[in-house]
Design a protein around this ligand. Structure first.
Ligand SMILES: [Zn+2]
Length: 277
């Protein structure tokens, strides 16, 4: 299994600089987190294509990326702003496809707090399913699989949704930290979703908060060895992507570099024979 971190590990300035640093450090891929930078370029989709070429030439790729976490709402209410909202989602899909992203990750509603909404929950649910079906049209024929990320409710929050969406074979992203805050173990989640699992967000916590530490972080309670065994059992073929951003928040460059190297060493120990670099 290959290992990656967010391309924004060293900040959100020019992603080419970050990619060069990753390559110099022996990394082969990154979780693409520079969409805002692309959106500031004259032609964002063309810029994404150029960035893919730049990365290709260095043997680097972007197996996964996250849609705009706080603002992407597949269940956006019909009426004012609806068309603009979905135009923006379509643009992000076009950027992901131009970058060659395999797993485009989103939540059912803006995360962690959807805006206040007076609609009954069934109506929101129906709008969300319809929204995913619209998004299916945006990625059709491209390299990107749209993946639904779990919250603490685990499989029961994601499986019924991906099974109900028509028009695309949706994938699932397991966020180990969100899962650890609920009752169901990460290993059980992996076995339940099987081949739908296309992406991972790896981080740990002590259950009380969504801490986003490295695995085995302070007070971390995730059962990591059971989880790694379950990944092998289902033949997971995505990447081991850390989402352990609190490790680097407000830290100087040199410390981020040391933590980057530690992340690789940690994966080597945790994955054993499954580690591919
Ligand atoms: Zn996540």
């Amino acid at each position: 299994m290959r290992v990656c971190v967010s391309t924004a590990w060293f900040g959100e300035a020019d992603p080419r600089k970050a990619i060069q640093t990753f390559v110099d450090e022996g990394w082969t891929c990154g979780d693409f987190s520079h969409v805002e930078w692309l959106l500031r370029q004259d032609k964002p989709v063309a810029a994404a294509g150029e960035l893919k070429k730049f990365a290709d030439d260095l043997g680097f790729d972007f197996p996964q990326a996250h849609f705009d976490l706080a603002n992407t709402d597949p269940g956006f209410p019909p009426g004012p702003g609806h068309a603009e909202h979905f135009d923006r989602i379509r643009l992000w899909c076009e950027l992901f496809m131009a970058l060659g992203v395999k797993a485009g990750i989103l939540h059912k509603r803006p995360w962690p707090t959807p805006p206040p909404d007076g609609r009954p929950s069934e109506e929101i649910h129906e709008a969300m399913l319809k929204g995913f079906e619209t998004i299916a049209g945006y990625v059709k024929g491209g390299p990107t699989v749209v993946c639904l990320e779990n919250g603490p409710s685990g499989t029961k929050g994601v499986l019924p949704v991906v099974e109900a969406v028509k028009g695309m074979d949706m994938g699932i992203c397991l966020d180990t930290g969100h899962q650890n805050r609920g009752e169901e173990k990460c290993a059980d989640f992996v076995r339940a979703v099987g081949s739908r699992l296309k992406a991972l967000h790896i981080h740990d916590n002590a259950k009380a908060y969504d801490d986003h530490f490295f695995p085995y972080g302070p007070g971390g309670t995730t059962d990591w060895s059971g989880f790694v065994d379950a990944l092998a059992e289902i033949g997971y073929d995505g990447v081991w992507a850390y989402e352990s951003f609190t490790e680097i928040t407000d830290k100087p460059y040199e410390i981020r570099l040391v933590k980057l190297r530690y992340a690789k060493e940690l994966a080597k120990v945790m994955l054993g024979d499954a580690f591919e670099g």
